[in-house]
Design a protein around this ligand. Structure first.
Ligand SMILES: Cc1cc2nc3c(=O)[nH]c(=O)nc-3n(C[C@H](O)[C@H](O)[C@H](O)COP(=O)(O)OP(=O)(O)OC[C@H]3O[C@@H](n4cnc5c(N)ncnc54)[C@H](O)[C@@H]3O)c2cc1C
Length: 372
């Protein structure tokens, strides 16, 4: 980009799956859209460092944005992937109980899911679960047939393609440094000195969203939450996956405050991985996997898969949850703030878009487009 001031209808900051989905929705609605991404390519942050699971919407507090946008988003995502040829598979998932307290809590999972609009879960006893997955050890299980996996990069490429067909564009190496709310619109300043004047600005900067919002001149600081970082490391399994469905431990409220427990997911190539664990860290770019964390994985995984051989887990990759709650606080909901809330015309901020943000991206996009 050069130093000239350019007028743009809508600017989206961040080319992760959410920013791209929002940009596509605005583009298809006839808006002129420019996506500004600081990295050299789309989707190099959280959108390529996750479990790639299409969640059905089981656990989130009923009525929360996470619950509503996950349930709506997963249907939209499956339809979208089928229509656009994005690789995905409804492989199903088992939520397994290995203690009496987990077993006693399984019916409540079905109740919560029903309240959220998820009606196809089944309670399985030990034998029924083992019929589906003979390598499993459990006292009982909840089976979710609609949970699946998706090629997140294929999804992002498809969203980008549709955006570009609608006349929009993605500009990489564009670091947005600050934004001024002016009577003429939102003035966007990038690190290379470019200035853009936008009628609408969507802050979909993931880990950078809180920092960027704090740099919006004209936005009251009380609308900007504190950013926290909860790292999740994965360990990959050498050899074939012992299961054809995803395996999740049943929740234990005190233990799984920030994640869903060390679970097994399978990618579309059939590679199994375990994770993510939870490690609160200071920096969003602290993404090295510490091999020593693998020791704790063996014990966790062997509760539901006693057959895990010694030495079978290899350090994989890590993702960083963009949290807006601290370690000892309950998980925050997605926070999506439009002008009606913060009073800055044309500005929409997205904070805390952790899981199930991938699943929900198309529903988040419609929600944001309505606010914009
Ligand atoms: C360990 C882990 C596992 C997960 N598993 C799942 C799952 O199985 N299913 C599911 O539904 N969800 C899952 N999620 C959540 C999902 O990955 C995220 O919700 C989603 O990827 C968020 O997308 P995003 O576009 O908001 O953010 P990001 O992908 O982080 O994109 C934000 C972009 O903004 C750019 N940016 C930041 N600041 C600036 C700036 N100033 N100027 C320009 N560009 C900027 C960044 O470079 C980045 O590309 C998981 C998340 C984690 C961490």
């Amino acid at each position: 980009m050069n130093a000239a001031v350019e007028q743009v209808d809508a600017v989206v900051v961040g080319a992760g799956v959410v920013g791209l989905a929002v940009a596509r929705a605005l583009g298809l609605a006839g808006r002129e859209v420019m996506v500004l991404e600081q990295e050299a390519a789309i989707g190099t942050a959280t959108s390529s460092r996750n479990s790639e699971v299409v969640h059905v919407g089981i656990y989130y507090p009923t009525g929360s944005l996470k619950a509503r946008l996950c349930v709506a988003g997963r249907d939209m995502l499956y339809a979208y992937c089928a229509e656009r040829g994005v690789a995905h598979r409804r492989c199903g998932k088992l939520i397994v109980a290995n203690t009496q307290s987990q077993l006693a809590a399984l019916p409540a999972i079905l109740d919560k899911a029903r309240a959220n609009g998820v009606h196809d879960l089944q309670l399985l006893d030990r034998q029924q679960a083992l019929q589906l997955e003979p390598g499993l050890e459990c006292l009982g299980s909840v089976y979710s047939p609609s949970t699946g996996i998706v090629d997140s990069h294929g999804l992002m490429l498809s969203l980008q393609g549709e955006l570009e067909n609608a006349g929009g564009m993605v500009i990489c190496h564009a670091v947005v440094e600050r934004i001024n709310a002016t009577p003429d619109g939102l003035e966007v300043h990038t690190a290379d000195g470019t200035r853009l004047l936008a009628r609408t600005l969507i802050n979909a900067a993931g880990h950078g969203a809180c920092v960027l919002a704090a740099r919006v001149q004209g936005l009251d600081a009380r609308h900007v939450p504190q950013a926290w970082f909860a790292k999740g490391s994965y360990f990959t399994l050498a050899g074939r996956s012992p299961f054809s469905r995803l395996i999740y431990p049943a929740p234990e409220p005190d233990k799984h405050l920030a994640g869903l427990g060390v679970h097994l997911t399978i990618d579309l190539g059939g590679q199994a991985k375990f994770g993510p664990d939870v490690q609160w860290v200071e920096r969003a770019d602290d993404l090295q996997v510490d091999p020593a964390r693998g020791d704790a994985f063996y014990a966790e995984v062997r509760r539901y898969w006693p057959g895990l051989p010694d030495g079978a887990l290899m350090p994989g990759y890590a993702g960083m949850r963009p949290k807006i709650n601290g370690p000892h606080e309950p998980a925050a909901d997605f926070v999506i703030q439009g002008p009606a809330l913060h009073g800055v015309p044309g500005l929409v901020n997205l904070f805390g878009i952790e899981s199930p943000g991938l699943t929900s991206c198309l529903a988040i996009a419609d929600h944001v487009a309505a606010l914009a």
